[in-house]
Design a protein around this ligand. Structure first.
Ligand code: MN
Length: 262
């Protein structure tokens, strides 16, 4: 398969390197287009008001001065000379569970693949301190193969979180829903050397009640969590309920000084 590999931890990050070799070992033609430095928590940001600089490191590998989504767009429309069949993002340093997906550059890169009509998978190692990517990379390459056998199709996006355990201690692989991740959102108020106030966001993830079948809970129990995502944010139930709203504009008289003629 022709695979585009990207991440948000930056070109040369160990999670990307491990996944790159695992995909090559599976015989995939892998193109790497990744941010030149860490761009975690960029969400779906793109760069419009300054140029994107590109450094080609190998025949099929580039580092870009932009965000993860910039990398996917640039790869598909300018850099990769062959049709891409799958966008793979990761392996991220840290979990992208539940509501994390709204902030994650890793997941956003995969979403961009989907928006461009290419199926995509995002992989994250749900560790906090020790990051051993070898088993996670092995698992990721295996899931790429499994997904391709099931004709993942052109509209599928899989978000995968891997527990921070050696592979013989994983309890299994579960297809599951997103949970909720809540952070303390502590803004540290500080003074710069000139006496101006600035704030710095910190705060760890908090324990919140999650359904037992959610990705948050399953990864905590030692399962690999695989969640199919879609990008339509339309609230289908409210769409129905709002059908009864009276949205006919009130009759108004023209404002003074305006003739209404063009
Ligand atoms: Mn990251």
């Amino acid at each position: 398969m022709n695979i585009l590999l990207t991440n948000d931890d930056g070109y040369g990050a160990p999670g990307l390197e491990a996944l790159w070799s695992a995909l090559r070992e599976q015989g995939h033609t892998t193109f790497v287009v990744a941010p030149e430095r860490e761009r975690s928590a960029m969400g779906h940001a793109i760069t419009l008001h300054k140029p994107l600089h590109v450094i080609q490191h190998q025949e099929r590998a580039w580092a870009v001065s932009g965000t993860p989504v910039d990398c996917v767009k640039l790869a598909l429309h300018a850099l990769v000379p062959q049709p891409v069949e799958l966008v793979v993002s990761g392996i991220n340093r840290g979990a992208n569970l539940g509501t994390d997906v709204y902030y994650s550059g890793t997941v956003s890169a995969a979403i961009e693949g989907l928006l461009q009509g290419v199926s995509a998978m995002a992989f994250s190692l749900a560790a906090e301190e020790q990051f051993e990517y070898e088993d996670a990379a092995w698992l990721s390459a295996w899931l790429v193969a499994v997904a391709s056998r099931h004709e993942v199709g052109r509209r599928t996006l899989l978000n995968v979180n891997i527990p921070p355990l050696p592979r013989n201690e994983w309890r299994g692989v579960r297809v599951c829903e997103l949970g909720v991740r809540h952070y303390q959102d502590v803004y540290d108020r500080r003074l710069d050397p000139r006496g101006h106030v600035y704030y710095w966001l910190g705060g760890a993830a908090e324990e919140v009640d999650n359904p037992p079948g959610s990705d948050v809970e399953l990864v905590a129990q030692g399962y690999v969590a695989v969640t199919p995502l879609r990008v339509d944010l339309t609230h289908a139930d409210d769409l129905q309920r709002m059908a009864g709203w009276h949205l006919q504009l009130p009759r108004v008289t023209p404002r003074a000084g305006r003739t209404g003629q063009r």
